[in-house]
Design a protein around this ligand. Structure first.
Ligand code: SF4
Length: 243
């Protein structure tokens, strides 16, 4: 799906005074603005999954991370309860992360194929990974109010990533959040493999989310994910496989 959506202005529109990424991260990890999510993330961190009973959970908002000069921004939904909410790094510590980082590694954008924790030595090149909602929500469903609260952080984060050429949205939630950031009208329809032209020669690319719901059922296969990552690399002008 190609289309001339959005603004003609090549700048990313700035409506709030943006903090730099390290300052933003500090602010995010202290945030307690959504009472339901604060309660949930801390309850999960206290009660834990049996498999991780001996571990200290992060239990706080999870900031985006990666290369601040990234040409590709991967946009998910929110931290997983026993994944990112446990490890403190987006898409880390659960099955969905295993799929994502393996694909990024194959593309040459990650220094290793697995992400196991904040101190595992993994480095990202040309890619930033984030989500519009920074706290794990019950049943992976933030409310519209929670989405809007966290949208303040999401917008500031995207404003800081000025080198970004392609936003790879994993799922409709992230897709819509990027579309909203760019004020696209009409709102583009999410689909796996969708490509939407953004202001300033940027692109929004859609992929099914790497959730177990999709990968266990075969709705998203490794081949499909690799192909959408290749498409993203082409749109971003990155050469493939040069790790
Ligand atoms: S979801 Fe975002 S706005 Fe809400 S408490 Fe977490 S970090 Fe704060």
């Amino acid at each position: 799906m190609d289309g001339a959506y959005g603004l003609s202005d090549s700048r990313i529109e700035t409506r709030v005074i943006s903090k730099d990424l390290p300052a933003l991260e500090q602010e995010i990890v202290k945030c307690r603005r959504c009472p339901r999510l604060v309660k949930w993330r801390e309850k999960v961190a206290r009660e834990k999954k049996a498999a991780y009973a001996g571990e200290m959970y992060w239990g706080k908002p999870v900031p985006g991370w990666g290369d601040s000069k990234a040409k590709v921004v991967v946009v998910g939904l929110a931290p997983g309860a026993h994944g990112a909410n446990r490890t403190g790094r987006m898409f880390t510590g659960d099955e969905s992360g295993r799929w994502l980082y393996r694909a990024l590694w194959k593309a040459g954008w990650a220094s290793q194929a697995e992400s196991t924790g904040r101190m595992d030595g993994l480095k990202l090149r040309q890619v930033w990974i984030t989500a519009p909602v920074k706290c794990a929500p019950p049943t992976n469903r933030p409310t519209p109010v929670e989405r809007d609260h966290c949208g303040v952080f999401f917008r500031q984060e995207l404003e800081q990533l000025q080198e970004a050429k392609v936003y790879l949205a994993l799922g409709g939630f992230g897709f819509d959040a990027v579309a909203q950031f760019f004020h696209l009208k009409p709102k583009p329809k999410f689909a796996h493999g969708a490509e939407v032209c953004l202001p300033g020669g940027r692109w929004l690319v859609g992929s099914y989310h790497v959730s177990q719901q999709n990968t266990f059922t075969g709705r998203l296969t490794e081949k499909m994910l690799d192909e959408v990552v290749r498409k993203t690399g082409r749109r971003a002008g990155l050469s493939p496989g040069n790790r």
